[in-house]
Write a new protein. Structure first.
Length: 160
């Protein structure tokens, strides 16, 4: 009987804990102190609903925060009504669309800064970005960036 109780006790899932991420005036990101266990994007009206560890809900306007940081895990940017998991930050910020439950999509995006627009990661978009920012050109040969670009090319629908 004790073995069954121990086995069942080890089967419960641990809920992840999250904290809000904000962007300062200089563009640096910082993590808030209030923990919550879930975040849900509401579309009408557009807002972010946060669930605290006690089950209470708080509502925030998405413009009030940059994204969400999972405790001991990834950081997610909230952009135009969706979450994007940050998967690299050098030389560009690289993201993939994701939800807080761990599900991700194969589409990969990049941005120049934490607050700039997200752009699909394509060779053409990187060339345009390199022409816009000469400091970026030498970093485009970065091995991880090249690998992510190849991954993005494999998952892009044909004809696009």
């Amino acid at each position: 009987m004790l073995a069954i109780l121990l086995a069942l006790g080890g089967c419960h899932s641990v809920r992840p804990s999250y904290r809000a991420v904000y962007v300062g005036e200089t563009g640096n990101r910082f993590v808030g102190t209030t923990p919550f266990r879930a975040a849900r994007i509401r579309q009408h009206p557009y807002r972010l609903q946060l669930t605290t560890p006690t089950g209470a809900t708080e509502t925030r306007h998405p413009g009030q925060l940059w994204g969400i940081q999972q405790t001991g895990g990834p950081r997610f940017r909230l952009y135009q009504g969706a979450f994007y998991e940050e998967i690299d930050s050098q030389p560009l910020l690289i993201y993939r669309q994701a939800d807080l439950g761990g599900s991700t999509q194969d589409r990969i995006y990049f941005s120049f800064s934490p607050t700039s627009e997200l752009v699909p990661l394509t060779r053409h978009n990187l060339e345009v970005a390199g022409q816009r920012d000469a400091k970026l050109l030498p970093t485009l040969a970065n091995g991880k960036l090249r690998s992510l670009l190849n991954q993005a090319d494999r998952h892009r629908p044909t004809g696009k």
